[in-house]
Write a protein that binds this ligand. Structure first.
Ligand SMILES: Nc1ncnc2c1ncn2[C@@H]1O[C@H](COP(=O)(O)OP(=O)(O)O)[C@@H](O)[C@H]1O
Ligand SMILES: O=C(CO)[C@@H](O)[C@H](O)COP(=O)(O)O
Length: 402
């Protein structure tokens, strides 16, 4: 029996490109992944998905690797016998903050993709910069100082953009790109976030930023729901440069759930997608996580990937330099609150490696999981007087009940 209309979701994260196909009742029909280290370590010179330039604190990923991964993950789905022609909707998420710099050939190349040739053969030359600065990049201290000072102080920047300046936030990254690599900035026709980059490939045209992901840039004025003119001026270097920067950034649709169009003919001819398979906005991986569970007021999600994040949804906008506020991805007037630990995965691996190794070729995390399950949270046995819970309650009161 046919499972009915299917939906395809992607996640382009630090270490993998994952694809999952589900039916309307959320049954998983097929899945495939490209693991960057397992598939591309030698070819692209990466470790844990990234390259590092220690001297400047740069952490970055080859954009060509992402492009190649799209063809590869789809051919894996296809080879598994996934009924591609029944996929009616397609969307996805991308690691937040990471940016792609397209040159002026990009739009034409995306519109005229030939299904007989690979994506990489056709898109290899459309980037003004071969790399995407990764969210782990920390080369932008000077730019952070400039952002924090530009509106007065970090509190003011947080009030306007939802966050104080952060190394990984895309505004500080674009400012550094203009200063450090002015030729790249000049030859950039459009800038994408990781999420809108992936949407652009499927759409065959450069997709706009998502309304939630745009709030991870330190450039979007959340109260005005518009680019902040002063922050654009800082990034562009002068008032005269604002118009050119706006062009590179593009317009941002305020409706996060909008449909961008149908899948590009390349995917219909090469992988058997239906012509009417529709593409909805791709968003950041954390906003996507917020959407993945039906959160009630005061519910929180902890997401453990390369980073670790703590997420809540709220109608109250209470920004502070010590955490992040972002637009909710689909509900206008709602926000998501986030704490992010950049070294979450690393810390867990360190603890895992300090424990005795499990015997044989079983799950390398077996002893870690056992130790976690056997240890009471923060080693506090009485949960009624648990200090961690007290901390969470205070945070909740500060955020929501003030
Ligand atoms: N069984 C496990 N228990 C705890 N952590 C794990 C386990 N398996 C993988 N990890 C950690 O999760 C990280 C990868 O998470 P994943 O969500 O796939 O990455 P990404 O950030 O690319 O989305 C790895 O770096 C590793 O530290
Ligand atoms: O930078 C942040 C959030 O601000 C990270 O959470 C990234 O979004 C990366 O996600 P993973 O690759 O760890 O899933």
């Amino acid at each position: 029996m046919s499972p009915g209309p299917l939906y395809l979701g992607f996640d382009l994260s630090t270490q993998q490109l994952k694809a999952i196909v589900i039916s309307s009742d959320l049954t998983v029909i097929s899945e495939a992944k490209v693991d960057f280290d397992a598939d591309f370590k030698e070819k692209y010179g990466i470790t844990k998905g990234v390259r590092i330039n220690e001297d400047e604190g740069e952490v970055y990923q080859p954009v060509a690797m992402w492009v190649e991964a799209v063809d590869l993950v789809l051919s894996r789905l296809h080879e598994k016998g996934c009924p591609m022609d029944q996929i009616k909707g397609l969307s996805g998420s991308g690691q937040q903050h990471s940016s792609v710099y397209w040159n002026s050939d990009a739009e034409t190349a995306l519109k005229s993709l030939d299904p007989k040739r690979s994506l990489l053969a056709q898109l290899g030359g459309v980037f003004a910069y071969k790399f995407a600065p990764n969210w782990q990049d920390h080369s932008t201290q000077k730019e952070c100082d400039d952002f924090d000072a530009h509106l007065g102080d970090p509190q003011k920047l947080a009030e306007v953009s939802g966050s104080a300046a952060h190394h990984r936030f895309t505004g500080t990254q674009i400012l550094r790109m203009r200063r450090r690599r002015p030729e790249v900035y000049e030859s950039t026709a459009r800038i994408s976030l990781c999420s809108s980059f992936l949407a652009s490939i499927f759409l065959g045209s450069i997709a706009p930023f998502d309304i939630s992901d745009v709030t991870g840039m330190n450039l979007w004025d959340i109260s005005a729901q518009a680019w902040n003119e002063k922050l654009l001026e800082l990034t562009a270097g002068s008032a005269d440069g604002i118009a050119a920067l706006r062009k590179k950034l593009g317009d941002v649709p305020l409706d996060g759930g909008s449909i961008f169009g149908t899948v590009a003919p390349y995917f219909v001819d090469r992988f058997g997608f239906s012509k009417d398979c529709r593409i909805t906005a791709f968003t950041g991986d954390n906003p996507a996580t917020i959407l993945s569970l039906p959160l009630r007021p005061l519910d929180a999600i902890v997401s453990l990937g390369t980073s670790s994040t703590f997420l809540m949804s709220t109608p109250n906008y209470k920004p502070d330099p010590s955490y992040h506020f972002m637009n909710h991805p689909t509900t206008q007037g709602h926000y998501m609150f986030m704490l992010c630990y950049k070294n979450g995965g690393l810390a867990r691996e360190k603890v895992r490696d300090a424990l005795p190794k499990p015997e044989g070729k079983g799950d390398p995390w077996a002893n870690f999981n056992k130790a976690v399950l056997e240890t009471p949270p923060l080693d506090v046995k009485n949960t009624d007087s648990d200090l961690a819970e007290l901390g969470l309650r205070i945070l909740t009161i500060i955020l929501f009940l003030q």
